[in-house]
Design a protein around this ligand. Sequence first.
Ligand SMILES: Cc1cc2nc3c(=O)[nH]c(=O)nc-3n(C[C@H](O)[C@H](O)[C@H](O)COP(=O)(O)OP(=O)(O)OC[C@H]3O[C@@H](n4cnc5c(N)ncnc54)[C@H](O)[C@@H]3O)c2cc1C
Length: 352
Amino acid sequence: MKEITIVGAGLSGLTASILLARRGYRVVVLEREERVGGSPLYHPSCQGSPLRLKAMLNYLGIDISPGIEPIREMREIAGGRVMTLDPGLIHAFFFERGPRPTSLDSHLFKLAREAGVEFRFNQPVISMEDMAGLPAGSIVATGLHFEGFDALGIPYLTSHHLTYKATCDPDLNFVHMYHDTYTSDYGYVAAFRGILYVHLFNRRRPISQENGNRFAEQVAHFEGIDIPRWNRFSFPLPAASVRTPRLFASNKILAGTLAGAMDPFAFFGLHGGLVSGKIAAMAVEDKERAWREFRRCVSPYYAAYFAARLKEFIPGSLTLIGYRSVFHRFERKRLAQKILVEHMPGYRNLFP
Ligand SMILES: Cc1cc2nc3c(=O)[nH]c(=O)nc-3n(C[C@H](O)[C@H](O)[C@H](O)COP(=O)(O)OP(=O)(O)OC[C@H]3O[C@@H](n4cnc5c(N)ncnc54)[C@H](O)[C@@H]3O)c2cc1C
């Protein structure tokens, strides 16, 4: 029986592990943390993405429904003006991430164990020597962590984040997106399954105390939530090279964020994590076929990366005017569908 090593027990690593184990491979997953569910700095968290659940099930052959639920309420708050979106129009779903038994990570972990995958926890693979020591054809799926990018020499941008996590009423289910001059990207407040998650990020530079305070003031005003203290962190974004996305690096197969499977505008990476997990598993058996499939899924990313890099040079105030005029010019349904579903990189390609 052929043995495959996978580094990282996140969305793409777990997906690849299940598919390979079901095809009869002996699969060993090396994970840096002491359990499944990623970094305690990031999770538990409620993440969101447009998703066509049935099409994803057909594509992956893995049922992800226990870890996800439809988003019930969505708002867009641009420059202090509030607009209500219909989450049903864009098939918006919450994905529970992290170590709780109800998370998608735990559900995939259970499926992987049932398929016979072996997990080795507390096994960080962080240096170039560590990577070189892995067998050729190993899958590396280390997500939004600098070490994987550095050890494989993959370029990245650094994005900067402020977060606040708390518990909330388990019946709350909403996401409110914030656009304003305190970031050239966006912030959001989300509540799902008792997790309250407030997040602001910016690709261009670290977020100043003043801009963090301005976002906190809006959150207090619109949500009635007081943020006592921000957690700060940064992570790599795979948008730094025209050679991104990529499926192979040296003699390894890449998956998830490390493969660049993360849309550069809205940062939707859940979708890319699952899909690229399947493609990485395919690459173990047939590199050519996997490469064609990878190109098919990520071809719209290249233009989007270019546009996202250009956007970095546009001042936040102009971006905000753009958001406002877009929201006020287009009819709600058309806007939501166009931006979040039809134009989400890779999405239309995959599920025509
Ligand atoms: C705070 C936060 C909020 C997000 N919100 C959204 C959202 O709302 N919508 C969306 O679409 N996407 C979102 N994302 C992105 C999404 O989480 C990723 O795109 C997705 O998880 C990518 O899957 P992956 O398999 O590449 O990485 P992950 O799922 O992150 O898994 C990586 C795994 O590798 C392990 N690992 C890391 N380094 C090593 C190492 N050196 N050795 C061994 N193991 C290692 C980690 O512990 C982890 O278990 C968010 C990400 C974060 C961090």
